[in-house]
Design a protein around this ligand. Structure first.
Ligand code: ATP
Length: 348
């Protein structure tokens, strides 16, 4: 197992602004880490520098304390999986799996043993003699993952490996990859722009914007205590409330649900609060709470999304299991555990 450290890692492609801008990150050995962010935020560039496919402009990459920034890709002992699988089309599944080992001059008997073990690991032993074109997308991706793992690399890197699969298969593959990673115990860096993938699979989620790490933490930490509105919004739906200080309650901001304790801003300034849509309870009018009117209902089976409007004209999203059949125009009463509010940092 390998621990990975990035220290002020920076990449500037010729003449441009930094694609990766001085990122520092510790990845404990055996962890599954996702780099999550919108297109162009520098995820792939970070992964390519880890793999040795892109030069580092400045900063360090260390595997178990050893600086590998100048070590060529082929000597870094990396297993890599791409979005488009990148299998060898003229080789069978078995031959694809054996390729990396043959390149490394591993003995025939050992290749046979490891290929068989990998076939079982990625559940493809029954398809060993097929060619990639004769496999489904999910099966091809399993071959690609197997091929990355047969060489027993120090680190597994995956770049949007599920992007070409349909929604149902993507969900199955999330579980498959995570289970496999846990069994093998390999340090894994996974690039995605899909927050559900990052949240469900990872020990550590690293949210990136514009070449910077906006926040890194366990999925629950990122979701429940986002630092900024951008992070909050990227990992789920969020109600953002620009709240003035409550003149009647020192140290508290005024919200439609009552005063919320905050770190006071400057004189005359507001604070930004985040509240997840599922933190709000919705009940028929008459139940004690904050009155609002239902403006829109989006029913999707297991959950319902409501858009609600308060008397002062502000709107809020509420997500709940469908208990009452509320309809557009209904008057309702809302309540919330005030501890669910999060004060956000200002973004400049
Ligand atoms: P995506 O999800 O679209 O792959 P990403 O977050 O992985 O996005 P990168 O591919 O790392 O982002 O790109 C980061 C920035 O660097 C972008 O502005 C991109 O245009 C730029 N970039 C990437 N590769 C090169 C290159 N070879 N030459 C010049 N600029 C590049």
């Amino acid at each position: 197992m390998t621990e990975v450290r990035l220290n002020r890692l920076t990449k500037i492609y010729s003449g441009g602004k930094p694609a990766v801008d001085s990122i520092t990150l510790d990845i404990p050995s055996g962890q599954f880490v996702s780099l999550l962010g919108p297109s162009g935020c520098g995820k792939t560039t970070t992964l390519k520098m880890l793999a040795g496919f892109e030069d580092v402009t400045s900063g360090e990459i260390a595997f178990d304390g050893e600086d590998v920034g100048r070590v060529p890709a082929e000597d870094r002992d990396i297993g890599m999986v791409f979005q488009n699988y990148a299998l060898f089309p003229h080789m069978t599944v078995q031959q694809n799996l054996a390729f990396g080992l043959e390149m490394r001059k591993v003995s025939k008997a050992e290749i046979k043993r490891r290929v068989q073990a990998t076939l079982e690991m990625v559940q493809l032993d029954h398809l060993a003699d097929r060619y990639p074109a004769q496999l489904s997308g999910g099966q091809q991706q399993r071959v690609a993952i197997g091929r990355a793992l047969t060489i027993e690399p120090r680190i597994l890197l995956l770049d949007e490996p599920l992007a070409n699969l349909d929604a149902k298969l993507r969900e199955e593959m999330r579980v498959f990859i995570r289970d496999l990673q846990k069994r093998v115990g390999i340090t894994t860096v996974y690039v995605t722009h899909d927050q559900a993938e990052a949240m469900t699979m990872s020990d550590l989620v690293v949210v990136m914007f514009d070449g910077h790490i906006a926040q890194a933490g366990a999925p629950r930490e990122i979701y429940e205590t986002p630092k900024t509105a951008k992070v909050a919004g990227f990992v789920g739906q969020v109600n953002l409330i620009e709240a003035p200080m409550d003149p009647a309650t020192p140290g508290h901001a005024a919200t439609p649900f009552g005063p919320v304790p905050v770190t006071a801003p400057g004189v005359g300034e507001t604070v930004t609060l985040a509240l997840r849509p599922e933190a709000i309870d919705i009940a028929p009018a008459g139940v004690p709470g904050t009155p609002a009117t239902i403006e829109r209902v989006q029913y999707s089976g297991a959950i319902v999304d409501y858009t609600l409007r308060f008397a002062d004209g502000t709107a809020m999203e509420v997500k709940t299991i469908p208990r009452h059949p509320f309809a557009t125009g209904d008057a309702v009463s809302l309540s919330v555990d005030l501890a669910r509010f999060r004060q956000l940092e200002r973004e400049y």
